[in-house]
Design a binder for this molecule. Structure first.
Ligand SMILES: CCCCCCCC/C=C\CCCC(=O)SCCNC(=O)CCNC(=O)[C@H](O)C(C)(C)COP(=O)(O)OP(=O)(O)OC[C@H]1O[C@@H](n2cnc3c(N)ncnc32)[C@H](O)[C@@H]1OP(=O)(O)O
Ligand SMILES: Cc1cc2nc3c(=O)[nH]c(=O)nc-3n(C[C@H](O)[C@H](O)[C@H](O)COP(=O)(O)OP(=O)(O)OC[C@H]3O[C@@H](n4cnc5c(N)ncnc54)[C@H](O)[C@@H]3O)c2cc1C
Length: 659
């Protein structure tokens, strides 16, 4: 009798869900942060999923032009719904997230508005923010240039004050000074916050922000002296190609003096440069804000990929059939578990560290308001380091999830190729990950150098104050091993740098080791924040136990992967390393029956997941089969080009064979 495999697969997910040993509804709350957060996210996700304008299953088949127009349409429709339904800021931001298509609105809300809020005076905020809030202007963040991105101090665009007219003259003096990359700039934005070298009274005062109008509010044409366009197609189909990353050149464009963002410093009517009594690093505040939100996004992207891979691994069967019975679910293979479960644990780890980072950011912002700058360095180190570590891990993990799904993972309909293509630039934008880790390393070296002077490190560096203990002990406790590893790596670097002829040369020579020391420090933060989370009161049957397991998986997997560091620094013995690996195997066995329910707790709709492999109902094979027929190539049975290229070839071969 023929077996209906498709029906059997659907039952399989039901069986997986029934086998879970914890309360999934309670885990949804632990993941989202509160009952309210679950409810509002659920409502917004369903609103988007049920609206045909937000359809995205055909996205990878659209031409660039159609894709961009589709993005404009979705953004306009989203705004219409936000206004009609009088959505709150929280609801509106979730709605945009679930629309799930990069576009100019991300930069408008994510960078243009925050830049004005952070760097504009109250008066400037009063003038510009209402326009931005009502979409009477569309803004982008124009910092990076063709020749300089990482090195912000190296930007070349100039803003020269003209006291005769009380204006700044914005100019692109070279090809390499062309603004290059800003999202939303290419086709949509009417305005930009432009970063340029401020020159007044013949002196260059370095990089400052200016609000510059780029396009007419009447017909969207570029204003005189402004040349701009899109920089061209990007990696992958669909993916980030919905975004109009742009190029922009200025030919002596004049703006009123009061369009310089003047919260951090001012230029007077006479052209005098006046520095406010705030640290100049606040110029980088928008980047700090976005870096912390990128950490939160890492857990979203990673959890989507993991959700697809876990559900599909429960459906997919290969080998192991006994007497014609069913084959083995690939999720039962130990290798599949050892590749997949650390990624599941990382999704939870990044979620919780992201929540903590959001708290830290809010705390720093409140302190800044009362001119307390004491935690600015901590905020910079944590946002930069966590952004780098979580995005690199997530990009690698999405690709691993694609491989975990075998051949079908390579199909666009699996959702994984597009997810990877959209996600991978996060390793570069908002600070190249290596450049950001080197910032963390600089702060680590500074902290180590201050240890001898008796200055007690604070915040996430506080563990370095236990230097005497951590440099000597063998570590029995997990966190202590992570602390010892991070501290010893940093101290080793500092000692090696100390032997160089000068500090900068030493830093340069030792930069590969410094990167690893920075990663070790950041991984310690992630492990610590996960442990702190599981020590909290977490309601719901079995929820705390599951999170404890995942926390152990994350810590032991990280330890296993970086065992070389732990052994080389003497933070663990080889025997401890082997025991940790043994323990990891046992933990995977505990995760196994709960895996499907643990990804259900992310509470993603099929629309948001965008994957035939990750469908909630597990009905993978009929969906894959159906999806294939939707490809434009299948619109005709005989392909276009047959008469031109295939038929003559085949006829020719036929003639030759008759000879
Ligand atoms: C919810 C909404 C989210 C929406 C998000 C939408 C996502 C859309 C997708 C993509 C958007 C992408 C946008 C972009 O990419 S915008 C461009 C981003 N560009 C960068 O990130 C550039 C990276 N480079 C830098 O940040 C800097 O150049 C630098 C690497 C930090 C070096 O700067 P600089 O040369 O000035 O500084 P030094 O290294 O000499 O350091 C001097 C001291 O300053 C301290 N420092 C540096 N940065 C900061 C900071 N951000 N905050 C606080 N302090 C900082 C540094 O530690 C030094 O301190 P010291 O005490 O030693 O003097
Ligand atoms: C999709 C996307 C969207 C973007 N959106 C915006 C936007 O909206 N607005 C905006 O202003 N910009 C935007 N950017 C630009 C982005 O911020 C920069 O690309 C990023 O900061 C990296 O800078 P870079 O391109 O100059 O890289 P580079 O610095 O040229 O990096 C090249 C290589 O050099 C290495 N490197 C650089 N400096 C050092 C160093 N000191 N030590 C060791 N190695 C080093 C890097 O690790 C990297 O391997 C976007 C970029 C992308 C890809």
């Amino acid at each position: 009798m023929a077996v209906d495999h498709a029906a059997a697969e659907v039952d399989h997910l039901a069986a997986e869900r029934a086998a879970a040993r914890f309360d999934v509804e309670a885990m949804k709350i632990a993941w989202a942060g509160s009952r309210h957060a679950v409810d509002v996210a659920d409502r917004m996700a369903r609103l988007v999923a049920s609206d045909p304008v937000f359809r995205k299953d055909n996205r990878t088949m659209l031409s660039r032009k159609d894709l961009f127009k589709d993005t404009l349409r979705k953004a306009a429709h989203a705004w219409k719904r936000i206004v009609e339904l009088r959505l709150t800021e929280e609801e509106a931001s979730l709605l945009r997230q679930y629309v799930d298509q990069p576009g100019y609105v991300d930069l408008h809300w994510g960078m243009f508005v925050p830049a004005i809020k952070g760097q504009g005076t109250e008066e400037q905020q009063k003038k510009w923010l209402p326009l931005a809030y009502k979409f009477q202007i569309i803004g982008c963040y124009a910092q990076t240039e063709l020749g300089h991105g990482s090195n912000v101090q190296g930007l070349e665009t100039t803003a020269t004050f003209d006291p005769m007219t009380d204006e700044f003259v914005i100019h692109s003096p070279t090809l390499t000074s062309s603004k290059w990359w800003p999202g939303g700039l290419g086709k949509a934005s009417t305005h930009a916050v432009v970063y340029a070298r401020l020159i007044t009274e013949g002196k260059d005062y370095g990089i400052h922000g200016f609000i510059v109008q780029l396009r007419s509010l009447e017909d969207h044409s570029p204003l005189p002296g402004v040349t701009l366009g899109d920089i061209g197609g990007k990696f992958g189909s669909g993916a980030y190609n919905s975004m109009d990353n742009g190029v922009l050149r200025f030919d002596h464009v004049r703006i009123p003096r009061d369009q310089m963002l003047m919260r951090l410093s001012q230029v007077t009517r006479e052209g005098k440069y006046v520095q406010s009594d705030v640290p100049k690093q606040l110029l980088y505040g928008t980047m700090v804000y976005v870096r912390q939100s990128i950490v939160a996004d890492a857990s979203k992207a990673l959890s989507r990929a993991v959700c697809i891979a876990v559900r599909y691994s429960a459906i997919r069967k290969q080998f192991g059939s006994q007497d014609g019975g069913p084959e083995t679910q690939v999720l039962n293979y130990r290798t599949q578990q050892s590749r997949l479960f650390p990624l599941l644990a990382s999704a939870y780890a990044f979620r919780f560290v992201g929540d903590w980072l959001n708290w830290l950011y809010t705390d720093v912002t409140q302190k800044l308001e009362v001119k307390d700058y004491s935690t600015l360095q901590e905020a910079h180190a944590c946002t930069a380091g966590l952004k780098a570590v979580t995005t690199s891990a997530t990009a690698d993990a999405i690709e691993e999830c694609r491989k975990l799904c075998g051949g079908h993972g390579y199909l666009n309909s699996s959702g994984l190729p597009e997810l990877f293509a959209v996600y991978v630039p996060a390793c570069t934008y908002e600070g190249d990950n290596v450049v950001l880790l080197l910032q963390v390393a600089r702060i680590l070296m500074k902290t180590v150098s201050q240890l001898t002077s008796g200055k007690q490190p604070v915040g996430t560096m506080a563990y370095m104050g236990k230097v005497q203990h951590l440099m000597q002990s063998k570590c029995a406790v997990k966190t202590e091993a992570f602390e010892a590893r991070a501290l010893r790596m940093a101290v080793n670097c500092a000692q090696n740098i100390g032997q160089a002829s000068n500090q900068e040369e030493g830093f340069y020579e030792r930069s590969p080791d410094l990167l690893e020391a920075a990663v070790a420090h950041i991984q310690l933060i992630i492990v610590t924040k996960f442990i702190e989370k599981v020590h909290q009161d977490i309601p719901g049957h079995g929820v705390k136990e599951q999170l404890q397991n995942l926390c152990n998986v994350y810590a032991l997997y990280t330890l296993h992967k970086h065992l070389g560091d732990f052994l080389a620094t003497g933070s663990l013995t080889p025997k401890q390393g082997a025991l940790a690996n043994e323990q990891l195997g046992k933990l995977y066995a505990q995760v196994r029956p709960n895996a499907v329910a643990l990804v259900d707790a992310f509470n993603y709709t099929d629309h948001y997941l965008g994957s035939v492999l990750g469908r909630y109902d597990g009905n993978v094979y009929p969906a894959l089969y159906e999806e294939a027929w939707k490809d434009p190539l299948n619109e005709t049975v005989v392909p276009e080009g047959y008469h031109e290229y295939l038929r003559p070839l085949l006829k020719q071969q036929l003639k030759l064979s008759r000879l």
